[in-house]
Design a protein around this ligand. Structure first.
Ligand code: NAP
Length: 271
């Protein structure tokens, strides 16, 4: 290069090479199951996430530690999910939990555990579908305006628990909204129901469970007033409907230390 050339064209500033953001290391428990296998695929597809372990029945949880997982997704069975979460929290691993079977006692025990592990986040979500979360939200909002409310949940016949976690949570939210507004329980003149035809009573709200081949996950909140009915219905046609919420949960759980119950906490819906 001649001197004149050097003076005419000052060397362009070379942009610093982009440093790729570190990928979040994610493990899946229940990875051979229907939801777990879908979740593993969703993690593989998602930018910035790396699938580091796929565990199922019989595998040691130690693999969560040896694989250096930062977040674990649990889609297993109600009898083991709390134990899995306890193990992960004790090892500083955030948890995104879709398995049903969580009740007030298990949630309280997990809150107590998390108090000893500040910085660790656990999200327990009865439903990861954005539409289902919105349907719960709208049901709770509408609940105080109607004399009667009942919930019908409809699922595939391989589901082992009834009512669904989503229906139980919807009933709890609806019941709480009605109590807060001073609305009486739904009128019901039934005095004989030896076979339970009126369904389960959850927080003063009747919940009916349908199990039918061909279905995936569906729910209706029926709200009745004088001369009118409002139906809030949500349908999951495919398990992929849950994956937007699962991936959102995985990305967010690290910045929400403590226990979150329901994806709505991450969507800033004030339920
Ligand atoms: P699934 O197909 O039966 O899958 C469960 C998997 O977990 C099976 O592969 C099972 O293995 C495995 N497993 C059992 N014990 C285990 C253990 N100790 N460690 C690791 N894996 C273990 O059930 P699914 O349909 O995927 O549903 C899983 C859970 O998610 C259920 O509770 C369901 O209600 C819930 N769910 C939640 C949502 C949501 O949005 N939150 C949506 C749909 C379903 P084996 O079969 O060998 O026992």
């Amino acid at each position: 290069m001649t001197e004149s050339t050097a003076r005419e064209s000052p060397a362009p500033e070379t942009p610093a090479p982009a440093t790729p953001a570190a990928e979040l290391r994610v493990a899946v428990l229940g990875a051979r199951g229907r939801m777990g296998s879908e979740a593993a695929q969703a993690v593989r597809r998602a930018d910035g996430l790396r699938l580091v372990a796929e565990l199922d029945h019989g595998d040691s949880l130690d693999a969560l530690v040896t694989s250096d997982a930062e977040v674990v997704i649990d889609f297993t069975v109600p009898s083991v999910t709390e134990h899995n979460v306890r193990f992960a929290v004790e090892h500083g691993i955030h948890c995104v939990v879709g398995t049903t079977g969580w009740d007030d006692e298990s949630l309280d025990r997990t809150r107590t555990l998390l108090a000893r592990h500040p910085g660790v986040g656990v999200l327990v979500a009865p439903n990861f579908s954005i539409g289902a979360v919105l349907a719960m939200h709208f049901s709770a909002q509408a609940a105080r305006f109607f004399e009667s409310v009942e919930i019908v949940e409809l699922h595939h016949p391989d589901k082992v628990d009834a009512p669904s976690g989503t229906a139980a949570r919807t009933a709890a939210l609806v019941g709480a909204a009605r109590r807060a507004a001073g609305v009486e329980p739904s009128p019901d003149a039934t005095t004989q129901d030896p076979d339970g035809a009126r369904g389960a009573l959850v927080d003063d709200v009747r919940v009916h469970s349908v199990r039918l081949r061909g279905l995936v996950a569906h729910q209706e909140t029926l709200l009745g007033g004088l001369g009118e009915q409002l139906t809030i219905r949500h349908d999951s046609f495919d398990r992929i409907s849950f994956m937007t919420g699962v991936v959102l949960g995985v990305r967010e759980v690290g910045s929400h230390p403590g226990l979150a119950h329901g994806l709505e906490d991450y969507l800033e819906l004030d339920l």
